[in-house]
Design a protein around this ligand. Structure first.
Ligand code: CA
Length: 560
């Protein structure tokens, strides 16, 4: 029997079990014949689809991350996977609760998250799962819904980080956060997990969040590889509204020489970059490894820049170089190339260790004969710009930050190499994982389960997604906006200090350079998108009134 036939047979048998046990969502899991799967929910921070070979964006032209690509090869890749609010903590709140930010209350990184509300780990715990949260969650307060938690406080640190075990005191560990988190995951599986119960394990890394500090063994990774700039790296932001022009997330103009570019001293004045520098937490040994790689390269770069340009180049933050200067002058291009490569390589270096970690955990499950009965989900809390539009960071409803990787491996149901093209959201994570666990979705959860889609079934599915971003005025200065995206079009409304609409045809203009809002050729599409946006806002309970309420609270809180 070839593999496909074998898979089909297994799949048919599984479906038969499903059909026989129609009461599966409520109590038939108690029947020992139905073995509930374990759930391994892996999430990285700011890992974007462009960095994964499986997504075929072309930025990386080979498999740099074999274990992530293994998940795509052996499971399903979701080609149209998005978030509802592209920023760290709010995205995590959406995933835990299955509710939009305006419902779960965590609209931005500032307001506290209410752990008392319903979340999917609580429901799994009640249904007899053993639950654990290990790594970054970025939601203050003792995590609820977990039999065990080992989390970084807030953003946490890459080097020698503190962790909080089960809501207790912070404990400092020597080492790198990615390796430590992976080790805690394996330790939990080996020593804490009660094998009489299925597990739900949230394995959440800090990497590749800013400021992209690789571990020692990957300091050299990709240092010899030259990357092409994305086609719109030197974007002049014409043809769009003020939001794209007024953001503060340009690699060249808004990164710091210390924390982002890894200079120990300011080249301009020679003084240490102090708090801005990332080196303060390292041991002497760690720092020596670090210096051996970065200092030589930094010095070589400085030699290429005429000293009379230092005053212009090495201000700490907020330079204002035009795309013409960067593209067309020798020094400008050198600056852009250096900053882009330092950023991109460091970002990918931190992903590399995450990939190793995933491999280690998958190997452990395989060795213990647990892998086939474990649903493995890989995602990130949002996407990220890797130089598209000249940017880093996220927040915008533009494609790179709106999307997020989603890979799911569960060979009992999912054919290897499956592709899902429906529009899914991080809102769907909670209902989907509950579905695998055989737990009915609570009525007030707003997402939908993609379990059927992953298994290749025809499912009546949404034709559009709704998005809303709130954190402005704040770091990176991305204006408040909400919008709708269908499989082809996108409509965005920027509000508060502006009232601007943008619309994109993603087939004609995949890089979103040309705002077609108000163009006569698109009158009908525009009307359709407006109608769909109104319907979705009504369906999910969002409104201008709520936006005003959140805005007022935000301004109160941030006025000092
Ligand atoms: Ca994030």
């Amino acid at each position: 029997m070839n593999n496909d036939k074998k898979m089909n047979k297994i799949f048919t048998m599984f479906m038969a079990i499903l059909v026989l046990g129609t009461g599966i969502t409520s109590c038939s899991w108690q029947n020992e014949k139905v073995q509930r799967p374990n759930i391994l929910f892996i999430m990285t921070d700011d890992h974007t689809q462009q960095a994964l070979y499986a997504y075929g964006h072309g930025l990386v032209d080979s498999v740099l991350f074999p274990n992530m690509d293994r998940l795509a090869k052996e499971g399903a890749i979701f080609q149209q996977s998005f978030v509802t609010n592209s920023i760290c903590a709010p995205s995590r709140a959406v995933m835990l609760t299955g509710k939009y930010s305006h419902i779960n209350g965590k609209i931005d990184n500032f307001v506290p998250f209410n752990w008392d509300q319903q979340n999917f780990p609580k429901l799994m715990q009640q249904a007899g799962y053993q639950t654990a949260l290990i790594g970054k969650i970025h939601l203050a307060g003792k995590p609820q819904g977990f039999d065990y938690s080992m989390v970084l406080p807030g953003q946490g640190h890459y080097y020698n980080p503190e962790f909080i075990k089960n809501g207790g005191e912070e404990i400092k560990f020597e080492g790198h956060s990615t390796s430590l988190i992976t080790q805690f995951v394996v330790d939990w599986l080996e020593n804490e997990w009660d094998r009489s119960k299925p597990f739900t394990l949230l394995y959440h890394t800090k990497a590749p969040h800013r400021n992209w500090m690789p571990e020692a063994k990957y300091l050299d990774f990709l240092e010899d590889i030259e990357f092409d700039f994305p086609g719109n790296f030197f974007d002049d932001y014409q043809g769009r509204g003020s939001a794209a022009r007024e953001q503060e997330m340009e690699i060249v103009n808004h990164m710091y020489w210390g924390q982002d570019m890894k200079f120990e001293n300011n080249p301009l004045a020679g003084e240490p970059l102090g708090k801005e520098a990332p080196f303060g937490r390292m041991t002497e040994e760690q720092l020596a490894d670090w210096r051996a790689v970065y200092n030589l390269k930094n010095e070589a770069f400085l030699k290429e820049i005429p000293e009379d340009k230092y005053g212009l180049f090495f201000v700490p933050h907020s330079r204002s170089f035009s795309p013409d200067f960067l593209q067309e002058t020798t020094e400008g291009l050198k600056l852009a190339k250096f900053m882009y490569h330092r950023y991109l390589r460091d970002y990918l270096k931190t992903v590399k260790a995450v990939d190793d970690g995933i491999g280690k955990v998958l190997d452990f499950l395989e060795k213990e004969n647990l892998l086939e009965n474990t649903v493995v989900v890989y995602t990130s809390d949002q996407g990220f710009f890797l130089g598209e539009h000249g940017w880093f960071d996220k927040r915008f409803m533009y494609e790179q930050s709106l999307s997020t990787p989603l890979l799911v491996r569960y060979p009992k149901e999912i054919k290897a190499g499956s592709e899902v093209n429906e529009l899914v959201l991080n809102l769907d994570i909670a209902p989907s994982l509950l579905d695998y666990a055989g737990i009915a979705k609570p009525e007030d959860m707003q997402g939908e389960s993609w379990r059927g889609l992953a298994a290749g079934k025809k499912v009546l599915w949404r034709d559009a997604i709704y998005y809303h971003y709130y954190e402005y005025p704040s770091v990176h200065m991305v204006k408040r906006h909400y919008g709708v995206r269908t499989d082809r079009y996108k409509l965005i409304h920027f509000y508060y200090d502006v009232n601007e609409w943008e619309m994109y045809d993603l087939v004609e203009d995949p890089n979103e350079m040309n705002n077609i809002y108000g163009k006569p050729a698109y009158t009908e599409v525009q009307a359709m998108l407006h109608a769909r946006l109104d319907e979705l806002r009504l369906q999910y309970g969002d409104s201008d009134k709520l936006s005003q309420k959140f805005l007022k609270e935000f301004l109160e809180k941030t006025k000092n």
